[in-house]
Write a protein of this length. Structure first.
Length: 76
């Protein structure tokens, strides 16, 4: 189940042509495909303006970035 902020981010990325993989930590993995091949991907964590990354979320961010993956925190 997604909250209202997460729904807004889902719509934003789907409008950009991404498909959604709900993964939980981070909140989403968005992918773009072409003929079944993944051509672009980005991990997204959704936060309210008052919220911040937990220690565990920050570690996920570092590990994913060190692995060369795109990672973004969407504040909404």
């Amino acid at each position: 189940m997604v909250n209202h902020r997460e729904k807004q981010i889902l719509k934003k990325y789907e409008k950009k042509g991404y498909k959604t993989v709900r993964c939980g930590c981070p909140d989403f993995l968005f992918i773009k495909t072409n003929n079944g091949e993944i051509i672009e991907s980005i991990f997204v964590e959704v936060k309210s303006p008052q919220d911040h990354l937990s220690y565990e979320q920050y570690i996920w961010k570092l590990v994913l970035e060190q692995g060369g993956f795109k990672y973004k925190v969407e504040v909404i």
